[in-house]
Design a protein around this ligand. Structure first.
Ligand code: CAA
Length: 699
């Protein structure tokens, strides 16, 4: 016999004899919002006052146990009871409390488990402390209870990496007591019976002492000072874990203060913007309609890009036909794909026993005719309009009706490409970023005639490939490369006017970019930009100051960056060092142009570069190339190494304010009124006080 008492809309108690089951039901991921916290506390208090309840078992309904605190509550006024207090009530319960975890028990969800007196994981469970990815630290006892159960190194590892830990590993490390199979409620009942029978021991985690390991704390603190000095949360994590030597009340107080400190940083706001932004980009009408089935994909081009795209599709379980024109090119493509797949195995992304099966799904071919039965073709040949047009004309004749025809072009006009087919409704752009099996961004470019189900298929493909799909409209460079083309000019102007390439790079790396623009250029190959500048030479606006002289001359020497060993830097093994001959070129260009070099502070470098980026980003939003500011932000976070903790260029712009940005542009315009123009949208925002966050809300 069982009866159910609803504590509130999220928490219920079910009585089965001497066992009391507490069920958490807060879809979609059972986050510990206010009602869950309140309900849990009340349920424990009710059951402690009830002599018949001999053991309490907490489990959750739906696809996962609790995935953490409710992130939407962050940054708002506190809504009691606080999570750590609720967990103390659970830990202090006189009646034994156990928990059954399934799915993903993350952050506050895992911390809930840690506060109970025994934890059962259901096969397939993954636990983790991912708060670091939100600019935070585990703030509900995780830094105090993990060290007690699994030691300081494991606590530091989990909290600093945010990685998911399998049920097996968690069991081995002492974070779980058992791993079982079955439905959460059944497992909870069985485990509760074992507690009653004395075969499943229970204890309070905070009664355990943290095993001493000062060396792990000191080594980690030193490593973080060297490598992550600019981030707040990692250092606070070490501080909080160190407090796990203290009794519970004092340790939790240190953790609480560290959590509050992190909560107040712009880094936390930036990272939470990125968390919701990653999800918001596919929350558009274009992603939601019916999509076409994609099981078999054709990739044309076995270069780095085509091979990366093919790898990504193979890793997602799709069949792939790789087409190249010459046998050597095809072999090179197959070799690159094999190397990529082997890399995925060695990095733990693909189980070793799956490797051969994944590679068997690849069909190399020298004949475009072999694409007759594929559901989607992604063309990834070099950027020349007539070549692309020829390919699309042939695809139109070869591919089955309803097949989706995509170009991976990074800037060419999808509409012009589509004119070579009788089916513009099936054509779209799918712009991957190199290396395509690693980078998470996918720009989904809508042509004038693209059918709604083809666009929706682009989003479905992004999801299947575990990528972040962002909708973009046709223009030269779409969202990312168009903005890049604009602000790259600033980097070149800074060098022409007096800064050294290495200074520009260092200033922007200190701002948080993974690599400065000159290092990126060297890595991507300086010849790419050179080709683009030559392509655009005929249509260049003569009123605009030319930014390419230095790069052109470096390329004329045959120095294309890393791949030739010379570029802005020299690559003779070891760390890159500034190329003295590139510096001579810069001096020569300056004197030819009559430029007297001046000094730039690192701050001014960052200000000019970021202002240029924001200005073009604002124009991209203004003319509808990007739907919303958040779409631009996610393009940069997932495709251009923009520091996640700054949220993206337009989230960052809000921290400066439109007025300040307009003032800066007007100031710079005194030197170069052609390049520095105030975007109408930014001007309007400066006048009305509107922010990019407001525009995101308007959708
Ligand atoms: N709070 C509020 N909403 C959340 C959430 C959370 N902790 N976690 C996920 N969601 C929302 C998502 O925004 C999404 O909403 P929409 O459908 O409206 O877009 C929905 O739940 C489903 O999420 P996903 O699309 O991500 O689903 P998934 O199945 O791909 O992934 C997941 C599920 C692995 C749990 C993933 O959502 C995730 O990693 N969540 C965040 C986990 C996390 O960071 N937890 C720590 C929170 S901070 C904390 O707990 C602090 C503390 O110590 C007290």
């Amino acid at each position: 016999m069982s009866d159910i008492l609803k504590i509130n809309e999220r928490i219920s108690i079910e009585r089965v004899g001497d066992v009391a089951l507490i069920c958490i039901d807060n879809p979609p991921v059972n986050a510990t919002g206010q009602a869950v916290r309140q309900g849990l506390q009340e349920a424990i208090e009710v059951l402690n006052a009830d002599a018949q309840a001999q053991v309490i078992a907490i489990y959750a309904a739906g696809r996962t146990f609790v995935a953490g605190a409710d992130i939407r509550e962050f940054g708002k006024p506190p809504m009691p009871p606080a999570l750590p207090d609720v967990f103390n009530v659970i830990e202090d319960s006189q009646t034994p409390v156990i928990s059954v975890l399934h799915g993903t028990a993350l952050g506050g969800g895992f911390e809930l488990g840690l506060a109970t007196h025994a934890r059962i994981g259901i096969e397939g469970l993954r636990v983790g402390l991912p708060e670091i990815n939100l600019g935070l630290l585990p703030g509900a006892g995780g830094t105090q209870r993990v060290p007690r159960l699994a030691g300081i190194p494991m606590a530091l590892d989990m909290a600093l990496s945010g990685r998911m830990v399998s049920a097996r590993e968690a069991l081995e490390k002492g974070l779980l007591d058992r791993v079982e199979t079955g439905a959460p409620r059944d497992v909870a009942l069985a485990a509760a019976a074992q507690v009653l029978a004395g075969t499943l021991p229970t204890r309070r985690t905070c009664d355990l002492a943290t095993p001493k390991d000062d060396k792990a704390l000191e080594d980690t603190a030193a490593m973080l000072r060297a490598k992550q000095a600019h981030l707040v949360a990692p250092h606070k994590i070490v501080e909080a874990v160190r407090a796990a030597y203290l009794p519970r009340t004092e340790g939790l107080a240190v953790e609480r203060q560290a959590f509050i400190d992190c909560m107040q940083t712009p880094q936390r706001a930036g990272m939470i913007h990125a968390f919701f932004g990653e999800r918001a980009v596919s929350n558009v009408a274009e992603a939601k309609g019916p999509a076409r089935d994609i099981g078999k994909v054709g990739v044309i081009g076995g270069g780095t890009m085509g091979s990366g795209i093919a790898t990504s599709c193979l890793l997602a379980g799709l069949d792939v036909v790789l087409v190249e024109v010459a046998p050597e090119g095809l072999q090179r493509g197959v070799d690159t794909i094999t190397k990529n797949i082997d890399g995925a195995v060695s990095r733990g992304k693909l189980p070793a026993d799956k490797r051969d099966g994944v590679l068997a799904a690849l069909t190399p071919s020298l004949k475009m005719e072999d694409l007759g039965d594929v559901d989607l073709v992604i063309e990834a040949v070099f950027e020349q309009m007539d070549v692309k047009k020829d390919i699309f004309g042939r695809l139109d004749r070869i591919c089955k009706p309803g097949a989706i025809l995509a170009s991976n072009t990074s800037y060419l006009d999808i509409n012009e490409i589509a004119t070579c087919t009788q089916r513009p409704q099936d054509v779209l752009g799918l712009h991957f970023f190199s290396p395509a099996h690693v980078m998470r961004l996918l720009e989904i470019v809508q042509g004038a005639g693209t059918a709604p189900d083809v666009l929706a298929s682009g989003f479905a493909l992004a999801k299947r490939l575990k990528k972040v799909g962002v909708l973009a409209q046709v223009c030269d460079g779409f969202i990312g490369n168009r903005i890049l083309a604009h602000y790259s000019q600033t980097a070149s102007y800074l060098v022409l006017d007096g800064a050294a390439p290495a200074q520009v790079d260092a200033a922007l790396e200190a701002f948080g970019f993974a690599m400065g623009p000159h290092k990126v250029g060297d890595l991507a190959g300086l010849d790419i930009g050179w080709m683009t500048r030559k392509r655009k030479a005929a249509t260049r606006n003569p009123a605009e100051r030319y930014a390419g002289d230095v790069a052109d001359r470096i390329c004329e020497n045959g120095w294309f960056g890393r791949k030739t060993g010379r570029g802005y830097y020299n690559y003779d093994g070891g760390a890159p060092v500034p190329n003295p001959q590139a510096l001579e070129i810069i001096d020569a260009v300056r004197s030819e142009k009559g430029i007297t070099p001046r000094a730039f502070s690192d701050e001014e470098i960052v200000d000019r570069y970021m202002t240029a980026m924001i200005a073009e980003a604002a124009r991209v939003v203004e003319d509808g190339t990007a739907k919303r500011p958040v779409d631009v932000d996610m393009v940069f976070v997932f495709g251009y190494g923009f520091p996640r903790y700054r949220g993206g260029p337009l989230h960052y712009a809000d921290t400066l304010g439109a007025r300040e940005l307009v003032a800066r542009i007007q100031r710079y315009a005194q030197e170069d009124a052609q390049y520095w123009q105030v975007p109408a949208l930014l001007q309007q925002m400066a006048e009305t006080g509107k922010t990019f966050a407001d525009l995101n809300k308007e959708g």
